[in-house]
Design a protein around this ligand. Structure first.
Ligand code: HEC
Ligand code: HEC
Ligand code: HEC
Ligand code: HEC
Length: 354
């Protein structure tokens, strides 16, 4: 008993969390439904934020067919961090505290600020946060994702069934295809939750992007929806799609703040911030669930209701995060959003987009 208490986060936080079973979960009223198994793609979900350098092709390969997307990306902080980061005084201060001499060579900053590629037996930084950071290292899927059914078949001739199968095959080969927006939401949150205790507590790095929200952070400078208009314009999403995206972003926030909490080993800025973030994400998701009564959101909330947000609780919290992930994938696969008009009041509007 005593041991347990010394491990816990301070009273205010544990109080919120201990009261949760009654106050927060009382309105959950759905039976849990079985989630369709997606075992073929399972292996690709657990990718670390940094792509496998031996499978990275680099953004210039994408540019051959996605020139407009590359042009948009070049203007974002994701691309610019390549030239910016090491010039910032606060970056060098963090690196010094972490004992790193070169920001681009030490492994730690590479995880989230750069894309590296294997050249011979060495890894080289080739870009900032780039296409493959969000869509997955591409060697295994680049020739599959645009194959309409053989060299003679053009887009207009592709059947709906082939299109679905093409996307599934690409996903099974490591592509985070936006046709399931949860796959992309996971990419964002893997980095934007900053799951690195030492980097935060010793390096003084920010403990995650606390105001991250998928709609407002993806629909401004980052938006590059040219493909769906055959390169005529950079399309905006329908209200239905934005609702699905908004909820997917909140589920992913819950998943990754739970993962971040799982790796907390000491009381400190890191553990407190990420645990509070997880609790906040659960409250937001609970509010959403009151509006939409979705079985997958319910599954995520039920999984989280078992979470004890304390230090050194890795295996339990990671298992719960895995369940939240399953729920998120299934959510994005089936959600339509058409009837969720009451969510619109929660979703950031255009003038709030980054
Ligand atoms: C040889 C041309 C070519 C190259 C190279 C290429 N793409 Fe594509 N990509 C396409 C085409 C064509 C489509 C549209 C497929 C469709 O009609 O659904 C597409 C679609 C996509 C989509 C949307 C997927 C979907 O199912 O809606 C993403 C994401 C994407 N590409 C990312 C990339 C990235 C990242 C790279 C570089 C690693 C890349 N592509 C390289 C031709 C290419
Ligand atoms: C686990 C992911 C992750 C790692 C590892 C990481 N960063 Fe970051 N960093 C981020 C994210 C995400 C942001 C954007 C933060 C935001 O806008 O909230 C960021 C922002 C920054 C900023 C800008 C902060 C500001 O307020 O200007 C600096 C400086 C920085 N990182 C330095 C570093 C250095 C140096 C390293 C390596 C020692 C490093 N980071 C490693 C994820 C990471
Ligand atoms: C590989 C890690 C990584 C991934 C994946 C990632 N980001 Fe980032 N993001 C960063 C880092 C690092 C920065 C800060 C760059 C800097 O300031 O040097 C950043 C900055 C941003 C900014 C600019 C913030 C500002 O205040 O100007 C936005 C917006 C953003 N990210 C949105 C997203 C979205 C949306 C996704 C997913 C679709 C995403 N990011 C995926 C690492 C990542
Ligand atoms: C910060 C993460 C991030 C990065 C970096 C990124 N993408 Fe995307 N990409 C997304 C998201 C999120 C979507 C879905 C956006 C939406 O629905 O509004 C998307 C959608 C797409 C699509 C489908 C667009 C459509 O019309 O439906 C293509 C093609 C694509 N990306 C290619 C690329 C290429 C090529 C690059 C590199 C130049 C790139 N992406 C870089 C996050 C990213």
């Amino acid at each position: 008993m005593h041991e347990r208490r010394t491990n816990r986060f301070p009273a205010n936080l544990s109080e919120i969390l201990c009261r949760r079973p009654r106050s927060l979960w009382a309105v959950i009223c759905f039976p849990v439904v079985m989630i369709a198994s997606l075992s073929t793609t399972m292996a690709t979900w657990g990718q670390p934020p940094q792509c496998d350098p031996t499978k990275v092709v680099g953004p210039m390969r994408c540019a051959a067919c996605h020139e407009n997307e590359v042009r948009v990306w070049m203007q974002t902080p994701h691309a610019k961090t390549l030239e910016d980061l090491h010039r910032r005084p606060n970056a060098n201060a963090i690196a010094a505290k972490m004992g790193i001499r070169s920001i681009k060579r030490g492994d730690i900053c590479l995880d989230c600020h750069y894309t590296s590629q294997a050249v011979g037996d060495k890894n080289q930084v080739i870009a900032g946060v780039s296409c493959e950071s969000c869509h997955g290292a591409a060697t295994d899927w680049i020739t599959l994702h645009n194959d309409y059914g053989g060299p003679t078949v053009v887009k207009a001739q592709e059947t709906a069934a082939h299109k679905e199968q093409r996307r599934e095959t690409a996903i099974a080969h490591g592509m985070r295809n936006p046709s399931n927006v949860y796959l992309i939401a996971r990419s964002c949150l893997q980095c934007h939750s900053v799951p690195n205790e030492k980097l935060v507590n010793i390096g003084g790095h920010g403990a995650g992007t606390l105001d991250f929200e998928l709609v407002s952070w993806s629909q401004g400078i980052n938006r590059h929806n040219f493909m769906r208009t055959d390169n005529r314009s950079n399309a905006e999403n329908s209200p239905e799609a934005l609702r699905v995206m908004y909820v997917a972003g909140q589920i992913a926030d819950l998943e990754f703040s739970t993962r971040a909490t799982a790796t907390a080993t000491e009381r400190g800025t890191y553990g407190l911030t990420v645990a509070q973030r997880a609790a906040n994400a659960a409250v937001r998701l609970q509010n959403i669930q009151q509006q939409i009564q979705n079985p997958h959101v319910e599954q995520a909330l039920i999984a989280f209701s078992r979470a004890v947000l304390k230090t050194n609780n890795e295996s339990e919290l990671m298992a719960i995060a895995d369940e939240i992930q399953q729920a998120g994938i299934a959510f994005a696969q089936s959600a339509e959003g058409a009837s969720w008009t009451t969510l619109d009041a929660m979703i950031p509007t255009r003038n709030q987009y980054k």
